[in-house]
Design a protein around this ligand. Structure first.
Ligand SMILES: [Zn+2]
Length: 208
């Protein structure tokens, strides 16, 4: 059994929680905002700069975004300065692949932003970060008339938000022996089961 698990590089702590041992990627950036889909025939740095500017410019002129951001940070300076300080931490990187999205094959970029939230505990800060990041991901942006849309996704294999599951670098990594087939189905079945249990909370779920 030990040999099998080592060969798989997969350790299960419970039927739900498992982890895989792989080399740590020091280039990995945490704090994804969302994936960004652009139907633009270029993935150059200049194109990235154009898309990033379009996103920042739209947010600078969005009063709803400003108030949402101010409600979720302890920044007390002038509004415009606060939003500028936040958008200055943005970074947009080409993800290296295209995706089929609403009949098109846009290029996939990844938008990052440094954490900004303050709160009494992790959960409060996490909620604040998610509120602002989700707001940005639901907004539409335009670069030279071309619509740029965003989406928040989670890879079913590694749980990061920087790529689609089928593009997971772990699955392509040297020596990867982890799950490749059936992961989606297992997770979907588990989510369904959890949702059903949530809908019918029995006395066993009550805290004592
Ligand atoms: Zn992944």
């Amino acid at each position: 059994m030990r040999g099998y698990l080592t060969e798989r590089q997969t350790w299960a702590i419970s039927p739900v929680l498992a982890f895989h041992a792989l080399e740590f990627d020091v280039m990995e950036r945490p704090w994804t905002v969302c994936l960004v889909y652009a139907n633009i025939d270029s993935t150059s740095d200049e194109t990235g700069d154009e898309i990033l500017y379009a996103i920042k410019d739209a947010l600078w002129h969005d009063a709803k975004f400003t108030s949402l951001y101010m409600n979720n940070t302890s920044y007390t300076g002038p509004l415009q300065e606060a939003v500028l300080t936040f958008t200055n931490t943005f970074e947009l990187l080409y993800a290296g692949y295209n995706v089929t999205f609403k009949g098109n094959r846009p290029q996939v970029w990844v938008l990052y932003a440094e954490p900004f939230a303050t709160g009494k505990d992790f959960w409060e800060m996490d909620e604040a970060e998610k509120a602002v990041r989700t707001y940005i991901s639901k907004k539409e942006f335009f670069v030279d008339g071309a619509k740029v849309v965003c989406e928040r996704r989670t890879c079913v294999t590694c749980k990061t938000t920087t790529h689609h599951s089928e593009e997971c670098p772990f699955r392509k990594a040297n020596g990867w022996n982890g799950p490749t087939m059936g992961v989606n189905q297992t997770i979907e079945a588990l989510s369904k089961k959890n949702a059903e249990e949530k809908q019918s909370p029995g006395p066993s779920r009550r805290r004592r």
